[in-house]
Ligand binder design. Structure first.
Ligand SMILES: Nc1ncnc2c1ncn2[C@@H]1O[C@H](COP(=O)(O)OP(=O)(O)OP(=O)(O)O)[C@@H](O)[C@H]1O
Length: 213
C-alpha cells in the first residue's frame, strides 16, 4: 500500500489547518502524525481515510502497484478513532459478526476475537454497557485484526489503563507486518516504535504574511 500526498491543504471556513503537505507513506512502515491538541492530526487521518475531502492538493493511493480510487479505499482500510461509533444495541459477539460481514479478519475466526481482546467474559454483554476502556479495546481489536493493508489509529490508547496499553503494543506488533500503519498521537508510548514521524505543525499556515509557521 502506498499513499502519496501532493501539496495537500485543508481549511475550515477561512482557517487553514495545514498547507503544502507533500509526503509519501509506504507499506511495511509505521508512521506517527504528531502535534499538539487542535494541530490537525485527526483532520489529516480523516482525509487519508476518505471520510473528509482536502481543500487543495491531491492524494494517490495504490495497492500492490495498482491505483485505487478513494471510493474503493474502504475495502483496504481499517480505522480506530475516538469519533467512530460502535453499534450499541449489539452484544460483543454480534458486533464482531456484524463487522466481519464487511471485513474479513486476519487468520483468526470471529469466535477467537473476544479471547484476543481479553473480553471473553463479556461475549454476551451489550456494547452500550461496556466501560470506556472496553470500548477502546473493541475498536482497536476490530481494526488491528481486520485483514486490511492500511491501518489508521487515532489516539489509540485513549481510555486504556497500563495493561490496555501493553495489550495494544503487543497486538499491533504482532499484526503490522506487510501493512501501512499510521497513528495520530501526542503520547510517546503510543508511537515510539514508529519508524517515521510527521509533525503536522511543520505544515501550519499563517494567513498574515502568507508564510508557513
Ligand atoms: N468540522 C470542523 N469545522 C471547523 N473546524 C474544525 C472542524 N474539524 C476540526 N476543526 C478544527 O481543525 C483544527 C484541527 O482539529 P483536529 O481535530 O484535526 O486536531 P487534532 O490535532 O486531532 O487535535 P487533538 O489532539 O485535540 O485530538 C482545530 O482547530 C479544530 O477546531
Amino acid at each position: 500500500m502506498q499513499i502519496k500526498l501532493s501539496n495537500l491543504g485543508k481549511r475550515f471556513n477561512y482557517e487553514w489547518i495545514f498547507r503544502n503537505l507533500s509526503y509519501e507513506f509506504t507499506t511495511g512502515k509505521a508512521y506517527a502524525i504528531l502535534g499538539h491538541n487542535g494541530s490537525g492530526k485527526s483532520t489529516l487521518l480523516s482525509i487519508l481515510s476518505g471520510f473528509q475531502l482536502a481543500s487543495e492538493g491531491k492524494i494517490d493511493y495504490a495497492v500492490n502497484g495498482r491505483a485505487v480510487t478513494v471510493e474503493e479505499l474502504y475495502r483496504y482500510l481499517s480505522i480506530a478513532a475516538p469519533y467512530q461509533d460502535l453499534l450499541e444495541e449489539l452484544t460483543l459477539e454480534e458486533m464482531i459478526l456484524f463487522h466481519t460481514r464487511f471485513k474479513a479478519l486476519r487468520n483468526i475466526t470471529p469466535q477467537q476475537l473476544p479471547d484476543l481482546l481479553n473480553l471473553q467474559a463479556s461475549r454476551h454483554k451489550l456494547v452500550r454497557d461496556f466501560s470506556s476502556g472496553m470500548r477502546q479495546r473493541l475498536k482497536l481489536g476490530l481494526a488491528i485484526y481486520s485483514d486490511t493493508p492500511l491501518l489508521l489509529l487515532d489516539e489509540p490508547t485513549t481510555n486504556l489503563d497500563q495493561d490496555g496499553v501493553a495489550w495494544y503494543l503487543e497486538h499491533l506488533h504482532q499484526n503490522r507486518r506487510n501493512r501501512l500503519v499510521i497513528i495520530g498521537s501526542n503520547v510517546p508510548h503510543e508511537y515510539s516504535f514508529c519508524e517515521e514521524q510527521l509533525p503536522i505543525n511543520q505544515f501550519h499556515y499563517k494567513a498574515q504574511g502568507r508564510k508557513k509557521l
